[in-house]
Design a protein around this ligand. Structure first.
Ligand code: ATP
Ligand code: MG
Length: 225
């Protein structure tokens, strides 16, 4: 099994007065260890696509296979478990828990996957150090800059070492050198045969992907250039 994700005629429409066909019969395969940049203009469907792959949103039509398994057959409990252990998403908008510190926001992801609390706290400290936030462990989200919040969200997504990380413009508010640090985390994940799909407009980071997926008029095209 080398595929982590395969979609078959994956489609998504929204109905708002009239039918909006955002994604039309998408057929793609993402292999283990692939680092993929997801491109497309604003409103083209990048977040929609990532949310469906994260099993947070239902396709209108078609199927998503995760490690060869039909996800349409999974119930909500199974999907939650997948998201806890195998798939992580970094949302485009900050999605941290406001009443918890940076350290707690990251550690909770590990505690809720069943790990021991002290181990989770220690692991969270290490990963927050990697994203440059050792001095912000006790800050609540509202007392962090937007870029710092993004980095906490990335640390939270990475702590359980998921097979697949979906990152929706994870470096949107970061300066170039911090963005590169984050990207190094992605490269490390890739070296462990994990897969990453990241939506970004950052040209430099786009060029570091193994390949690009471009959403154009509801279709996804793969490009190596
Ligand atoms: N719940 C919804 N109901 C109706 N339309 C929606 C809904 N969610 C998204 N859309 C529409 O679907 C399209 C795709 O949205 P999406 O958020 O996936 O775009 P995006 O490529 O992530 O854009 P951006 O680069 O601005 O983040 C947009 O035109 C949006 O208005
Ligand atoms: Mg988006």
């Amino acid at each position: 099994m080398t595929n982590i994700i395969k979609t078959v005629n994956l489609s998504k429409s929204f109905f708002l007065k009239k039918n909006l066909n955002i994604l039309k019969k998408i057929n793609i395969e993402i292999k283990k260890g692939e680092l993929v940049a997801l491109l497309g203009p604003s409103g083209s469907g990048k977040s929609t696509f990532l949310h469906m792959i994260a099993l947070l949103d239902q396709p209108s039509n078609g199927e998503i296979f995760f490690e060869g398994k039909k996800t349409s057959l999974m119930n909500d409990v199974e999907k939650d478990e997948m998201r806890g252990k195998k798939i992580s998403i970094v949302y485009q908008q900050n999605n941290l828990l406001n009443d918890f510190t940076s350290l707690e926001n990251v550690a909770i992801a590990m505690i809720s996957s069943g790990k021991n609390k002290d181990f989770a706290i220690n692991t969270a400290k290490k990963i927050l150090k990697k994203v440059g936030l050792s001095k912000r462990l006790d800050h609540f989200p509202n007392d962090l800059s937007v870029g710092e919040q993004q980095r906490v969200a990335i640390a939270r997504a990475a702590i359980n070492k998921p097979q697949l990380i979906l990152a929706d413009e994870p470096t949107g508010s970061l300066d170039q050198s911090t963005a590169k640090e984050i990207f190094n985390l992605f490269l490390k994940f890739k070296s462990q045969n994990r897969s990453i799909i990241y939506a970004t407009h950052n040209r430099e980071l786009v060029d570091k992907a193994d390949y690009k997926l471009k959403i154009i008029d509801g279709n996804i095209r793969r490009s190596n250039e």
